[in-house]
Design a protein around this ligand. Structure first.
Ligand code: NAD
Ligand code: LMR
Length: 329
């Protein structure tokens, strides 16, 4: 007998990440090849967006996915998130011409306040929320603060794309397989201030730093390449990353639900106060996952260089939090 279906809500479902994401969820790549799913898809009420969403749903239908147990289109988060087990918050307002970073924070704060409240009202009490829409960490913080009846730990932001980017850079540099790299971390904000940290990373038991044997490369090439990769994709494609972002979202939720088998992965999660990060700030940290829960890797030593980098990305998050504090009152 097949398992009961899981309800997966996806916002921004007619966008470019949505298009790279939904078909993979429906084929079982995110929650397992034996796990039926029901897709609850949210788009803005705008006629064009809703029509595009209908088109995506027609294509989903045309795939005849055996695991797709149902799907529905929504323009109101209170119906889209009803009983959701997983919520992928992808839709966000991009920066428009003449828009300051603060304006961007404000428009998105409104979206994520409304969506946090809706999750609070109607989602499963165990809902796993992943925020992809930028600024992802602060949007996740806003949604979490707007959902006081849900456990804070259910709210996460996507740092997995940065983690995957860091893995590939290290694999290329060392000539080793991505699959053999362990214990890589990306600390902080999903923004160019993030800190990809190789200090604990190993390949086949050997230290990555020893294998690379080039501190200047790590400091001056690796760290900025990973941090600025999103901008490099935009410069090359004329559009922000979509397939790799969707892939990272699938990795994030798959590991959270099905377990990382002891591997360290990076998730943006509300801080418990450890590593000098104030409680509640959504910050990229190393975690392992098992039985539907994540556990922070604790007790890592933080050296002076790392402290400086971790504080730099933290300060940006604190500024973002202060920028939207008024809206959360
Ligand atoms: P897109 O513009 O192609 O699609 C976004 C979709 O969201 C649009 O269809 C839009 O109508 C919809 N939308 C906007 N506001 C909404 C709302 N309130 N409710 C529901 N839907 C809404 O953008 P995209 O390329 O799919 O990217 C989506 C977001 O993901 C952007 O904010 C982008 O910056 C971000 N992103 C994050 C990462 C990451 O690693 N965290 C990586 C890549 C992109
Ligand atoms: C990325 O890292 O690819 C995106 O967050 C870039 C962006 O600004 O959308």
């Amino acid at each position: 007998m097949s398992k009961p279906a899981m309800r997966v809500a996806v916002t921004g479902a007619a966008g470019q990440i949505g298009y790279a994401l939904l078909f993979r969820i429906a084929s079982g790549e995110m929650l397992g090849k034996d796990q039926p799913v029901i897709l609850q898809l949210l788009e803005i009420p705008d006629e064009k967006a809703q029509k595009a969403l209908q088109g995506v749903m027609m294509e989903l239908e045309d795939c005849a996915f055996p695991l797709l147990a149902g799907m529905s289109a929504h323009s109101d988060p209170r119906t889209a998130f009803k009983d959701a087990d997983v919520a992928l918050l992808v839709g966000a307002r991009p920066r428009g011409p003449g828009m300051e970073r603060k304006d961007l924070l404000h428009v998105n704060a409104q979206i994520f306040t409304a969506q946090g409240k809706a999750l609070n009202e109607v989602a499963s009490r165990d809902v796993k929320v992943l925020v992809v829409g930028n600024p992802a960490n602060t949007n996740a913080y806003i949604a979490m603060k707007s959902a006081p009846d849900l456990p804070a730990r259910n709210f996460t932001a996507m740092l997995r794309l940065d983690h995957n980017r860091a893995l590939s850079q290290i694999a290329t540099k060392t000539g080793k397989a991505v699959a053999d790299i362990e214990k890589l971390i990306v600390w902080g904000n999903h923004s160019p201030t993030m800190y990809p940290d190789t200090r604990f990373a190993t390949i086949g038991g050997q230290s990555v730093q020893a294998l690379v044997n080039d501190d200047a490369w790590i400091r001056d090439t690796f760290i900025p390449t990973v941090g600025k990769r999103g901008a490099a994709i935009i410069a090359a494609r004329g559009l922000s990353s979509a397939a790799s972002a969707a892939n990272a979202a699938i990795d994030h939720i798959r590991d959270w639900v099905l377990g990382s088998n002891g591997k360290w992965v990076t998730m943006g999660v509300p801080s418990d106060g450890s590593y000098g990060i104030p409680e509640g700030i959504i910050y990229g940290v190393p975690v392992t996952t098992a039985n539907g829960e994540y556990t922070r890797v604790a007790g890592l030593e933080i050296d002076a260089f790392s402290r400086e980098r971790m504080d730099f990305t933290l300060n940006e998050l604190l500024e973002e939090r202060d920028g939207i504090a008024e809206l959360l009152k």
